[in-house]
Ligand binder design. Structure first.
Ligand code: ATP
Length: 520
């Protein structure tokens, strides 16, 4: 029998240094059996690094890891898995062209008479899926699954390897509100079954809803712990960031100018040639934030890519400041004064192997002052990088480090800094604060409002209704690739948008405009 008082996982005095950075400094942390322990901290606080040490991906510079009271030495994640630890990363590690069962057994194949034993694996996956309410079809192609279902496949992968301790790194960042509720049910059933969970998130309301215990990291150190039954989101925010955070965006009324973006009868297909945007029409005026609300997967990605010149339109028109941009290259569109913060920063936002300085001039290196004739000029590039790193509070040892070494949230700040720091006519922002901490959300929201107040037209696409409600002046609901309803912000409510997003009838404007809830 195991002694219930011995934590299932202990981190003792762990320090992890990278060149120029102490990512974790003398961290102590204990996880008990059957508990959900939330690890909180601002972007770059060292949460992922600590969990990568626990999962054997990094070796600690100092300190040790104990599992059930036994000191461990993990040479790789294989050793951590053997000790009963499973991790679901922020970015899934699945192969889209393989089925669920093939993905799950990769690396742990069992064979019978030299043949892969898919049947036994399939049975086990079905059992796990039923036991924890995961609803995963073992034969589905992973690439055809929703983000929420892919995440459950990652969970099954860990459970299939007999994980007792599960590390979930920002699992809800990519989920819709409905999926988050389902996910919490799954987490609870795991805990009821005796699993122990480390849960990393930036969403303070979630923390209070789900955590048994909370530990807060700041700049690599544990700065405190909190009891979820007696803490408030404001207290947690202050503990994380080290100052009081305002959850409301200060914003005056919009002063609408001429139409900048005019989308008319637009049709766009996705990578598989399936029509995902159809007969879509809306207009965005200068000085206005137009928010697109919608359940993810209703054509948002293709719509944004078409407006940014990254995807061809099959039908209709897109006028930006009077110019029809259909068929134009992204660079030409960008030269019209269009900024774009893409939804997937790794694919389209940053080049991981380039430095911060280089990433900050990705779309302007050929222009003055960064180039003169054919010659690139480093000095103004570095000057700009130093200025933006300071203004956007990008946590980094310097501007010459490669962006892949920054924490996820800090990579996002680099993209936002690059796109918002130049004069723009149209700013397209898709999920601008995904993965960001409360302090950074506050800052980026204020920058988006400042852009609007300069007279820029802003197209905001967000899966967070609270983000739409707190920033947008006018709202369009995208359902199955079409704007099915439009309304001024004052006539929107969470209920009304929720119904329209689900394809239901419009219940009409609320009697009282909805107050904006905290975006955390
Ligand atoms: N492989 C690496 N090489 C160099 N520095 C790194 C590496 N990995 C992380 N760091 C640095 O360690 C610090 C902590 O990063 P980490 O990713 O652990 O933060 P985090 O709390 O998970 O942040 P976020 O909430 O933004 O994901 C950051 O300053 C980051 O730049």
């Amino acid at each position: 029998m195991q002694d219930e008082r011995v934590p299932v996982l202990e981190v003792e005095g762990v320090t992890k240094r990278f060149p120029g950075v102490v990512a974790n400094a003398d961290v102590n942390f204990a996880l008990h059996r059957g508990e959900i322990h939330c690890l909180l901290g601002e972007n770059g606080a060292g949460k992922s690094t600590l969990m990568n040490v626990v999962f054997g991906l990094y070796q600690p510079s100092e300190g040790r890891i104990l599992v059930n009271g036994e000191p461990q030495r993990f040479a790789s994640s294989r050793d951590a898995i053997a000790a009963g630890i499973g991790m679901v990363h922020q970015h899934f590690q699945l192969i889209p062209v393989l089925t669920v069962v093939e993905n799950v057994i990769l690396g742990v194949e069992t064979s019978r008479r030299g043949q892969l034993d898919l049947d036994t694996a399939r049975e086990r996956i079905t059992e796990l899926s039923q036991a924890y309410g995961l609803g995963v079809d073992p034969d589905a192609l992973v690439g055809s699954l929703s983000v929420g279902a892919q995440q459950r496949v990652e969970l099954i992968k860990a459970l299939y390897r007999d994980a007792d301790i599960l590390i979930l790194d920002e699992p809800t960042a990519v989920l819709t509100p409905g999926e988050v509720d389902e996910f919490f049910e799954v987490v609870r059933s795991l805990v009821d079954d005796g699993k122990s969970i480390v849960f990393i998130t930036h969403k303070l309301r979630e923390v209070l809803a789900v955590a048994d215990r909370i530990t807060v990291l700041r700049r690599g150190r544990v700065v405190g712990s909190a009891d979820p039954s007696t803490s408030t989101t404001a207290e947690l925010a202050e503990l994380m960031v080290g100052r009081a955070v305002s959850f409301q965006v200060p914003k005056g009324p919009a002063e609408p100018g001429p139409v900048v973006l005019d989308v008319a009868g637009l049709g766009v297909t996705d990578d598989r040639e399936v029509v995902t945007v159809a007969d879509c029409s809306f207009r965005v005026r200068a000085g206005v934030i137009y928010g697109i609300a919608g359940v993810e997967g209703n054509g948002q990605r293709e719509l944004v890519e078409a407006i940014a010149g990254m995807r061809d339109a099959a039908d209709g028109h897109i006028h930006i400041d009077g110019t029809d941009i259909v068929g134009m290259s992204p660079r030409k569109v960008e030269r019209l004064g269009v900024g774009h913060v893409p939804e997937d920063r790794n694919k389209h936002g940053v080049v991981g192997a380039f430095t911060i300085t280089e990433n900050l001039v990705l779309n302007g290196y050929y222009r003055s002052p960064f180039s003169r004739g054919w010659v690139m000029r480093r000095e103004p590039m570095v000057e700009q990088a130093e200025r933006l790193v300071e203004a956007y509070d990008v946590r980094t040892p310097g501007t010459e480090v490669t962006v892949s070494t920054l924490s996820g949230g800090n990579q996002q700040k680099v993209v936002v800094a690059r796109e918002l720091s130049r004069p723009l006519k149209l700013l397209i922002v898709a999920q601008p604060t995904r993965g960001l901490d409360v302090g950074s959300i506050e800052f980026i929201h204020s920058q988006i409002v400042a852009k609007r107040d300069e007279g820029c037209a802003v197209l905001l696409v967000s899966a967070e209704l609270d983000e739409i409600l707190s920033l947008a002046d006018h709202i369009g609901v995208l359902y199955r690739g079409t704007i099915v309803a439009e309304m001024p912000r004052d006539e929107a409510s969470r209920n009304r948008l929720g119904s329209l997003m689900a394809g239901a009838e419009d219940p009409g404007p609320p009697e009282q405009p909805d107050a904006v809830e905290e975006m955390v």
